[in-house]
Design a protein around this ligand. Structure first.
Ligand SMILES: [Zn+2]
Length: 430
């Protein structure tokens, strides 16, 4: 295991010193090289000499996604073009993508944090890992690809789609682990079944998934289908890509944040003030080692909480809960706040329904209506009317909002997506 030593999370006594030094350097780098940060810090009356360590982090202003739009394409970069080795971009749902850059040092950090994550998830040197994330500008493909090699495992760069071929390769190459989105993991299991394989009998022992918010219930569902350890891998392009935080094989949920490279805070999304440990809020991240694109107190839009206590795996990196929603996914229905993940967690409590659903929102006059459609599990013998009313009651309890319609449809009735992120919410109200 010596080859994994350079990947390890630092001991707690070293961590704080590292964080303090690295934060001070990052603020200095951002201030000296990025006019946007210099203006923002000047406006807030903060100079780099005011920030000695993480105790001072709250002196810094928060950075929002708007910083990328205002500085498109590369106004936030802190290095000259000659220092850049790679560019990625995230597909913005509206307007221009967010363009992110990496120096050689950044690519090295990215490989190491993601390789550490894979090891934490139980992937071992010598394993064969099929990377089913999209290659290209999306960070999920190349980011995980490089880390698999860095770990000393073998990468099979299948990319997304061509699902039957994915299953064939899993069988033929004796694939130990796969990386994909959670919705694709389900689609993969379903395709394997259609091809006559029980997904639980496939050689895969680890499913690493990411790039979509998902619930603890979804993680369990994926783990059961493949009879494998399923772990949620969290990241975002603006910070580095996949590899910011990951669930471990031993812990019972909760994602270790690699806080020697990314300093996490959780704030009240309305006030920007830190929330007490255990309370939900918006995850804010500060990069501690990024050269090309330092991010100071970046508002991720992801809603989570710090989990108290130590993880049974022994790793001391702080843990956050599964991302329960994104501040921009929040649906307001008849004045009630609803996250799509809350609906998902209710549906997955029922064995008789499959993890495929859609949510439709309409406006009738000034009244919002919400309709939830979910597939019946293939072999479940249930009375659909009775199931619909039980689902409706449970949803009303959890959401504090009674759905206008809950429809249980036949297996396979809802659209599947073979590539990219699944769309489950259709808001027809505009
Ligand atoms: Zn752990």
């Amino acid at each position: 295991m010596d080859s994994l030593e350079p990947l390890r999370f630092p001991d707690s006594e070293d961590l704080r010193t590292l964080q303090d030094e690295r934060l001070a350097e990052t603020v200095e780098r951002a201030y000296e090289n990025v006019p946007y940060y210099r203006e923002r810090l000047d406006d807030h009356g903060v100079t780099p000499s005011d920030v000695d360590g993480v105790d001072d982090v709250e002196k810094l202003p928060l950075t929002t996604k708007a910083a990328f739009t205002e500085n498109y394409p590369d106004g936030l970069f802190a290095v000259d073009d000659a220092e850049l080795r790679r560019i990625h971009a995230s597909s913005g749902t509206t307007g221009k993508p967010k363009v992110v850059g990496y120096t050689e040092g950044d690519l090295d950090v990215w490989e190491r944090v993601m390789a550490r994550g894979l090891a934490t998830a139980g992937v071992e040197p010598g394993d064969t890992v099929q990377n089913m994330a999209g290659y290209g500008l999306f960070t999920g493909g190349l980011g995980v690809h490089d880390a698999i090699e860095r770990l000393g495992a073998t990468v099979v760069p299948t990319g997304s789609g061509a699902t039957r071929r994915q299953v064939e390769l899993m069988v033929d190459l004796d694939t130990d682990a796969v990386h994909c989105t959670p919705s694709y993991a389900l689609y993969l299991a379903e395709t394997a079944e259609e091809m006559g394989h029980d997904p639980a009998d496939l050689p895969v022992s680890t499913v690493v998934f990411g790039a979509e918010s998902s619930t603890e219930a979804m993680r369990e569902e994926i783990g059961e289908r493949f009879d494998a350890t399923a772990v949620d891998n969290y990241g975002l392009s603006e910070i580095i890509g996949p590899g910011v935080a990951i669930e471990c094989a031993e812990g019972d949920g909760g994602l270790h944040v690699w806080e020697d490279h990314f300093y996490p805070e959780i704030v009240d999304p309305d006030t920007g003030e830190p929330v007490p440990e255990g309370e939900e809020g918006e995850l804010v991240l500060t990069t501690l080692t990024k050269e090309a694109l330092p991010m100071l107190r970046y508002r991720t839009g992801d809603v989570t909480s710090f989990l108290p206590g130590e993880c049974p795996c022994g790793c001391e990196a702080r843990r956050i809960g599964s991302i329960t929603g994104r501040t921009d996914d929040l649906l307001v229905v008849r004045g009630v706040n609803v996250y799509p993940t809350e609906i998902e967690s209710v549906l997955l409590e029922f064995d008789a329904v499959a993890p495929y659903y859609r949510v439709d929102l309409y406006r009738d006059g000034s009244m919002d209506t919400i309709e939830i459609t979910v597939e019946r599990e293939g072999d479940a013998a249930v009375d659909p009317d009775e199931l619909e009313s039980r689902l409706s009651d449970r949803l009303a309890d959890v959401l504090t909002l009674t759905p206008d319609e809950v429809a249980v449809v036949d297996p396979g009735a809802l659209d599947r997506t073979e590539t990219g992120k699944v769309k489950r919410v259709f808001d027809h109200r505009e």
